[in-house]
Design a protein around this ligand. Structure first.
Ligand SMILES: NC(=O)c1ccc[n+]([C@@H]2O[C@H](COP(=O)([O-])OP(=O)(O)OC[C@H]3O[C@@H](n4cnc5c(N)ncnc54)[C@H](O)[C@@H]3O)[C@@H](O)[C@H]2O)c1
Length: 344
């Protein structure tokens, strides 16, 4: 395999750091760009060794006057592939800070694509999200469906997908849009205010606390273990065809409900702790800004989000890349739980 230079934005985050480690092990030159707003240095040490070159830099950086390169641009010299993973992903954080969410998740995608264009990057792989399907109701969500999200996070990614489409159309750039469903695994940040669901459960059980759960229904979502996702991202990087901002779901095609996941993680941890139940409409209550002033967030919108079903149709991805997620939920959750125990 040809060794190349690869840029990973969001390289100190959950997915970016582990992708960077794997690509580094294969002999690629890896540049990890991250402003450390949600990234962790801890993610960049494996077996007491660091990997890649960390550049602490914001993806919103624009060109400096009288400079051939802006701060970001010089790191894109001779780069073969850009994995654009930097973003703000917690939904209520985006909802509370729409300007910042659109700046980072949307406008900065334009910045990264423009730099990639000028610097002749061969392929850009952009991390979109299954959240763009938030108002769709199919049992298995397909890339063919029209999407019409209205929450800030999902909108910011949908608009970014559209920018990818425009760069591909107008400049002939090779771009892949990967719609991640719920990724999970070790290194997912369970300390943040709104941690991802599986990491949150693991954190609470590891500390012998009862997690608060807002949805005990049998509505199901699609979970993909991070190693499965990393395998696919590398297949995407090496695929011989040229892509035109084609969209691919990264999902397992299998849905799990909250009670099913809770049962599994209790079995793994050996803990017999009953969760406390929260009212669905109060899921985002700690983000008080959303409820102040004369136009508070509609509480029925939150309930709808809590009870959203989201399982991927994986056919297109399988046909294109011969990839299927293979890690069983039990094994993936075991890793998540061990990670939480080691860091409690
Ligand atoms: N993890 C999931 O389940 C999931 C699902 C759907 C989509 N995604 C998307 O995939 C990408 C990676 O997800 P993750 O779970 O690794 O998230 P993460 O939060 O762990 O990593 C994102 C990284 O981007 C960095 N970042 C944020 N704003 C930045 C900026 N302005 N400049 C430079 N760096 C910045 C953060 O510091 C962080 O390290 C994100 O764009 C996310 O929206 C993730």
């Amino acid at each position: 395999m040809k060794k190349t230079k690869i840029v990973i934005t969001g390289g100190a985050g959950f997915v970016g750091s582990q992708l960077g480690h794997q690509l580094h092990k294969q002999g690629h030159q890896v540049v990890l760009i991250d402003n450390m707003s949600f990234g962790h240095l801890d993610n960049l040490v494996v077996d007491n060794e660091t990997f890649g070159q960390l550049v602490v830099q914001d993806i919103r950086s624009t060109a400096k006057k009288n400079s051939v390169f802006n701060n970001l641009e010089r790191h894109f010299e001779d780069v073969d592939t850009v994995f654009h993973l930097a973003g703000i992903s917690a939904l209520p954080v985006c909802q509370t800070n729409p300007q910042e969410a659109f700046e980072i998740n949307t406008a900065a995608v334009g910045n990264v694509l423009e730099i990639s264009r000028r610097m002749g990057v061969r392929r850009v792989i952009f991390s979109s999200t299954s959240a763009v399907y938030e108002n769709n109701t199919s049992d298995f969500l397909s890339e063919k469906e029209e999407v019409n999200p209205d929450l800030v996070y999902a909108q910011s990614k949908k608009f970014a997908e559209s920018i990818c489409g425009a760069f591909s159309k107008n400049y002939g750039m090779d771009i892949i849009i990967a719609r991640f469903f719920n990724l999970y695994g070790a290194h997912q940040d369970f300390k943040r205010q709104s941690p991802p669901f599986t990491s949150y459960l693991a954190r609470e059980l590891a500390a012998d606390r009862a997690p608060k759960i807002y949805n005990m229904s049998d509505v199901k979502r699609d979970y993909v273990y991070v190693d499965d996702c990393l395998a696919l991202l590398q297949i995407m990087m090496n695929a011989p065809k040229k892509y035109k901002a084609d969209i691919f779901n990264i999902g397992s095609g299998i849905g799990y409900s909250v009670p099913q996941i809770y049962k599994l993680i209790c079995e793994i941890s050996g803990k017999k702790i009953s969760p406390t139940e929260g009212k669905p409409e109060s899921f985002w209550d700690m983000y008080t800004d959303l409820y102040t002033g004369p136009h508070p967030l509609n509480s029925s919108r939150i309930s709808k989000e809590v009870f959203k079903s989201a399982v991927a149709n994986t056919q297109k991805t399988f046909e294109e890349f011969a990839w299927k997620a293979t890690c069983p939920m039990e094994r993936g959750l075991e890793t998540v739980y061990q990670y939480a125990v080691e860091r409690r």
